[in-house]
Write a protein that binds this ligand. Structure first.
Ligand SMILES: [Fe+2]
Length: 403
């Protein structure tokens, strides 16, 4: 399955950030041509729709320019002893066949391919993103002219769609808004998007879209970069975590002179703490926190644990990046602390761990010197389960090599 980088969508990052980002729309015809198989598809949409118990908040159906009330495509399902509203796939198909556009919000909550699409944006822009899927039947008016409050990167996946995009206004409103075509005049861009085309629409930029002669599926990655107010709020929130700000003043009517004096003291303390911050490390922390907002490459813990059970005496293993505290020996065993686990291991195992620097690989059967192969393998499996060791090469490949 294909994976994507931010440059796959926007081209040269330097040019994009200097000339287009937050300034004007950008069209990249054929940017992903022939590389769509890693993205959410029509077939995957059928699969997610068939999941039982999908909450209605994920879906929106619009018909003749108006939102269809969710009661028209939901059903009541039993979840244990409770009842809940869930999407009724048959009703959704029926509305689609009669001309409705289906919008699936937050598709990355459900589909790995949508998480894979989100990740390059979260990484490059250090903020959260949402993958929304639009599926429109043939010859449909789609969406009337409007602007969104967030930046949108559109990828056409199936069929084609006519887009009109107007110039990004000098002064933009933060909210969403709709227009008539007469109000807007001549569009800046009039284009038919076909599979593989990418279109960047900055927030506040009026646009409209309509499907052509076949079913159209496009994905839109909506990104709201964190504004100064969000970043500064984050910094102040981390500073006031300190115990000095823990007290609970009684505010009375806000007139009490003791309270005013105390408040002024806390403000002074806050100013002082803020002035002592290391700006570079704060910027780095904010960047990392933004990138941690999700995307592909989750922990895959079950897969990791299953791998530990398939380790073979010939498997190559190495240290993971997890910090391990190796304690003192009692003459037989040594205490280890890692990932919240405290264990005692034979001194020879602790010595073997000390000797591994992360790049070095060791054969599982030889890890614990001077004991039978099965015992060494058992120690390796145990240390892999708690995250101290990891497989350094595919088990099968190493096994074949040693044959
Ligand atoms: Fe839009």
């Amino acid at each position: 399955m294909d994976t994507y980088s931010f440059e796959d969508f926007v081209g040269d990052e330097k040019v994009f950030f200097a000339e287009y980002f937050n300034k004007k729309p950008m069209l990249r015809k054929g940017a992903l041509a022939g590389r769509l198989d890693g993205l959410p598809s029509v077939r995957q949409l059928d699969d997610v729709l068939a999941l039982e118990s999908v909450p209605p908040s994920y879906l929106r159906v619009t018909k003749n320019g108006k939102g269809v009330p969710s009661g028209a495509y939901t059903r009541t399902v039993a979840r244990g002893a409770a009842l809940a509203e869930a999407i009724n796939p048959e009703k959704v198909y029926e509305l689609f066949r009669s001309g409705g556009t289906v919008t699936w919000n937050a598709l990355h909550h459900l589909l790995p391919s949508a998480r894979g699409l989100k990740a390059p944006f979260t990484d490059a822009l250090a903020c959260d993103a949402e993958v929304v899927l639009f599926v429109t039947p043939a010859r449909n008016d789609g969406f009337a002219p409007h602007h969104d409050s967030i930046d949108v990167y559109v990828v056409q996946v199936n069929g084609s769609k006519d887009w009109r995009v107007w110039a990004t206004p000098e002064i933009r409103r933060g909210d969403e808004g709709s227009y008539t075509a007469e109000e807007l005049g001549e569009p800046l861009l009039e284009v038919t998007l076909v599979p593989g085309d990418v279109l960047y629409v900055p927030h506040g930029t009026p646009h409209a879209a309509a499907a052509k002669s076949e079913l159209s599926l496009h994905l839109s990655v909506g990104v709201e970069p964190r504004r100064w107010r969000e970043l500064l709020r984050d910094i102040v929130a981390s500073v006031v975590e300190d115990d000095e700000f823990h007290g609970w003043p009684r505010l009375d009517h806000g007139q009490d002179s003791d309270v005013l004096t105390a408040l002024s003291g806390k403000l002074e303390l806050l100013r002082e703490r803020l002035s002592r911050l290391d700006v570079a490390s704060e910027a780095k922390r904010l960047h990392e926190a933004g990138r941690a907002k999700g995307g592909a490459g989750g922990p895959r813990e079950f897969q990791r644990l299953a791998t530990a059970d398939t380790l073979h005496p010939a498997s190559l293993v190495r240290r993971t990046a997890a910090p391990v505290e190796i304690g003192a020996s009692d003459g037989v065993k040594t205490g280890l602390q890692v990932n919240g686990h405290r264990i005692a291991v034979p001194d020879a195992v602790a010595a073997a761990l000390r000797g591994l620097d992360g790049h070095q690989q060791v054969v599982a059967a030889d890890f614990f010197p001077g004991v039978p192969e099965a015992r060494s393998l058992s120690a390796v499996r145990g240390l892999t389960r708690i995250g101290v060791l990891e497989v350094a090469a595919p088990v099968q490949a190493v096994h074949e090599k040693r044959k």
